[in-house]
Design a binder for this molecule. Structure first.
Ligand code: SF4
Length: 286
């Protein structure tokens, strides 16, 4: 039985979470809640596995130590939501009879040049004699329906580098578990509570790990003099007519480095719109 069928069958019955699983989940919950107090350390020599698949301009800006846009006061609570979702997903998987053999394990990927890219994988599942590696992602309704619509949709829209992360972990873990293969993602909608399995194609491992190695080589060469933006700004339209303004692409508007990357950036409301929420990051604002 595949993972999705196991989850669906469990939830469609009279689902219960046994006491031993509640206890295990509560320990996970404690350790994740404690992360609220951690301060993020900067200054790592190379990007981590969860960063390495992001747009290269963001990695470059990080290396240059560009100042980041301040995070909102609620940012750390938002991060905790993701962690709590992971606890719930693990409890449901265990209760559904899924055999989880490793959780939140630190791994290091050694490149041919001897560099290490470190990270923490979410879970390894044993199914018969096979082992597969999975990441749990909490998602907004939009991301759940669009980004996690399928593996192909995720590959097309992977600004967070989820694919490189999964295949990088898989290759890193292979030293200890030679038969492991990439499983995919267990996406949980933060709004509806739905769980969806998005299966990766293990045959893509080589192309993604080659990309990781290329990124690391490029990262080592990155200096103040060779920064290149990965995205352009876009003409703004209102009811299909150009407004004369230009605004950031979706990726740039969520990037922490946007104010350094685009020094004249203005966060303003679209003057033509009556909506109170029509705020955008403008590179040209008339
Ligand atoms: S603002 Fe855009 S172009 Fe600049 S680093 Fe961020 S994603 Fe790249």
């Amino acid at each position: 039985m595949d993972l999705q069928t196991k989850i669906d069958t469990y939830l469609a019955g009279d689902p219960k979470i046994p006491d031993d699983i509640v206890f295990r989940a509560s320990q996970m919950f404690n350790s994740k809640l404690g992360k609220f107090n951690f301060k993020r350390k900067g200054g790592a020599k190379l990007p981590s596995m969860s960063q390495v698949g992001k747009p290269f301009c963001q990695l470059h800006a990080e290396k240059l130590g560009w100042p980041k846009a301040p995070e909102s006061n609620s940012f750390r609570i938002k991060m905790l939501y993701g962690d709590m979702t992971e606890v719930i997903a693990v409890a449901i998987l265990l209760a559904a009879g899924v055999e989880i053999v490793d959780l939140n394990k630190r791994v290091g990927y050694k490149t041919p040049d001897g560099d290490y890219i470190n990270g923490e994988l979410d879970l390894i599942i044993k199914d018969g004699n096979g082992y597969s590696l999975w990441d749990i992602k909490s998602a907004s309704r939009f991301a759940f329906e669009k980004k996690f619509a399928s593996y192909e949709a995720l590959k097309e829209n992977d600004d967070f580098g989820y694919c490189a992360q999964l295949f990088g972990y898989t290759k890193a873990e292979r030293e200890e578990t030679p038969e492991i293969k990439a499983g995919g993602w267990i996406a949980v909608s933060k709004e509806s509570g739905e769980m969806k399995i998005v299966q990766a194609n293990p045959d893509d491992e080589e192309s993604y790990t080659n990309k990781i190695e290329d990124t690391i080589n490029r990262y080592k060469e990155a200096t103040e003099d060779n920064f290149v933006r990965g995205f352009t700004d876009e003409e703004e339209f209102f009811y299909r007519k150009p407004t004369g303004n230009r605004k950031l692409s979706m990726t740039c508007s969520y990037c922490s480095f946007r104010y350094t990357c685009w020094p004249d950036l203005k966060y303003e409301r679209n003057p033509k719109s009556k909506s109170a929420n029509a705020y955008h990051h403008y590179t040209v604002f008339k």
